[in-house]
Design a protein around this ligand. Structure first.
Ligand code: HEM
Length: 511
């Protein structure tokens, strides 16, 4: 019962058509096989409620934490398109060509499923759907101003200096003492929240100040953790009834979200005052302003609730995800010391004695980019890639998938099956030769952890900047090693990927 909820959460919403030749498989709508013929578990396995329950323990060996193994086994058994019952009748795809086709057909307003607990929270508090929970024109109304500000090549560069400072504080703290395994991920979480805070609140939160007594920020951090704990309970099925009534998990989520909301509100109010003052001084914030908070606060087409909702999505979207991504990258580098050495050499060569990592320096570190991409490929950050619900019928691997069927994309599988020596950490595959081609034939669509198309991650550039800075600064000062008990770790999926047991890194200081 527990486990199918995690999937239910993952699923959600909405709506394409067309047909192509796929390696000898059916080619167009007319020739393609019908939806009824899509392979997959049959009979009671397709019943609502019962179907999903039957996929997990005690009926099978799978749990929500190892959903990838379940999906892998289904694809092994049934092929590249599997029909299955999650909260709704859905399909699971894994062929990069199919994934590409879904994106080609996602339309102007790509639809994602939203988190049921967030939907419940917004409905109970009379709030409009926020950026991550909205769809259609409402989504585009919120997303366009964000794109203008954050999807430009230089939009993360604006925060580079502040992010350098955060990374310096992080390394200082990291090497100041020996950290227990469970405190190491907490430190990464603080690092990610501090960096995201610079963007969302336009200020430092002080989460990396040893012994900080800043109560409000400590409470914010604590409640951010609580938010993810509550979310996890909805993903793994511990909480089922949060949509029906205010159960314990819902109350925890509500308390956490209220804390984040009022913190965002406070900073938005301040930003509005600055914008008003600038108007009075005839120095109006212009549309090219790169400061996200100030520029959103001056946006005429958005009201205060819209802006607050966007900022909340950013703050929550940017903390856990980045912390876990850095953890996996450090794990891969520690496991592969020669790759770590090669990366350190690149860093030292580009940086020399400079301490400020500039945009120019980042542009000269292809091996760093390759290390990050390979880490995402090898340990994919989420159970699946983005889910889409298309508005028109689409033909996938020779089967007609009607409009409105949630399409789950097994990116992790595409990452495994379309690469040579795919269980090895080989950043070199992502390096380009002089003609601009990758060293290896790579189906790009299969390995984009940030999603794709109009709805791809709005914080991608910021996330990559944070991860790069943490890596550069840590590798310049230390050699990352793993204690024996943390080697060959199993990774499981909660909201994001994490090690089954806390990882014990040793950061050995370099001369
Ligand atoms: C390693 C870190 C991260 C990963 C793996 C990640 C991944 C993703 C993915 C897969 C999506 C859905 C994309 C789609 O449906 O095509 C998404 C959406 C989003 N992400 Fe991230 N993300 C990360 C970091 C961040 C950061 C740092 C921020 C903000 C500072 C952020 C903000 C958002 C927002 C606002 C959305 C919603 C976009 C929308 O619905 O229009 N993410 N992210």
């Amino acid at each position: 019962m527990k486990n199918f909820r995690s999937i239910i959460q993952t699923i959600s919403r909405q709506p394409a058509r067309q047909a192509f030749a796929v390696g000898g498989v059916a080619t167009n709508q007319e020739q393609a096989k019908s939806f009824e013929e899509v392979p997959g578990p049959k009979g009671i396995h397709l019943w609502p409620v019962l179907g999903p329950i039957l996929m997990y323990k005690p009926f099978t060996k799978f749990t929500s934490e190892n959903n990838q193994l379940l999906f892998d086994s289904l694809i092994d058994k049934y092929g590249p398109v599997v029909k299955l019952r999650l909260s709704e009748l859905s399909v699971l795809i894994s062929d990069p060509k199919d994934i590409e086709r879904v994106f080609q057909n996602e339309g102007q307003y790509p639809t994602n499923p939203s988190m049921s607990i967030l939907k419940a929270y917004e409905a109970r508090n009379g709030l409009k759907p926020s950026l991550s929970s909205s769809n259609g024109e409402q989504w585009q109304r919120l997303r366009s101003p964000v794109n203008r500000r954050l999807m430009r090549p230089n939009s993360a560069t604006y925060y580079l200096e502040s992010h350098n400072n955060v990374a310096d504080d992080f390394v200082q703290l990291l090497i100041s003492q020996e950290w227990k395994a469970e405190d190491q991920i907490d430190l990464l979480f603080r690092f990610a929240a501090e960096n995201t805070g610079v963007v969302v609140f336009n200020t430092r939160l002080g989460l990396l100040n040893p012994g900080s007594k800043n109560k409000e920020e400590i409470e914010l951090l604590q409640q951010t953790r609580e938010l993810f704990n509550a979310l996890q309970k909805t993903f793994n099925g511990e909480s089922i009834a949060h949509s029906l009534y205010r159960n314990k998990t819902y109350l925890e989520f509500e308390k956490a979200f209220n804390t984040i909301k009022s913190y965002v509100q406070k900073h938005l109010d301040k930003a509005k005052e600055i914008v008003e003052q600038r108007k009075k001084d005839n120095k109006e914030v212009d549309s090219d302003e790169l400061n996200l908070l100030l520029s959103l606060a001056s946006e005429k087409k958005l009201d205060k609730d819209d802006i607050r909702g966007i900022l909340e999505t950013f703050y929550t979207g940017g903390s856990d995800s980045v912390a876990k991504a850095i953890q996996c990258l450090f794990y891969n580098l520690a496991h592969n010391p020669t790759k770590q050495d090669t990366l350190r050499q690149e860093i030292v060569r580009v940086m020399g004695h400079d301490t400020l990592v500039t945009a120019e320096a980042l542009s000269k570190m292809p091996y760093l980019k390759a290390c990050i991409k390979e880490s995402f490929r090898l340990i994919f950050p989420t159970t699946l890639g983005p889910t889409r619900i298309l508005n028109t019928e689409v033909v996938l691997s020779g089967y007609r998938i009607p409009a409105g069927i949630p399409i789950f994309q097994a990116y992790f599988r595409a990452c495994k099956h379309n690469f040579s020596q795919s269980d090895q950490y080989i950043p070199e595959r992502w390096l380009r030769s002089n003609d601009g081609q990758y060293n290896e034939q790579i189906p790009l669509i299969a390995s984009n952890p940030f999603g794709h198309g109009a709805r791809q991650c709005a914080g991608k550039r910021l996330a990559l900047q944070m991860i790069s800075l943490a890596t550069i600064k840590v590798l310049r000062k230390t050699r990352i090693e793993l204690q024996p008990e943390s080697r060959n770790m199993e990774f499981i999926y909660k909201t994001f990927v994490e090690p089954k047991r806390p990882l014990q890194f040793t950061y050995r200081k370099l001369d």
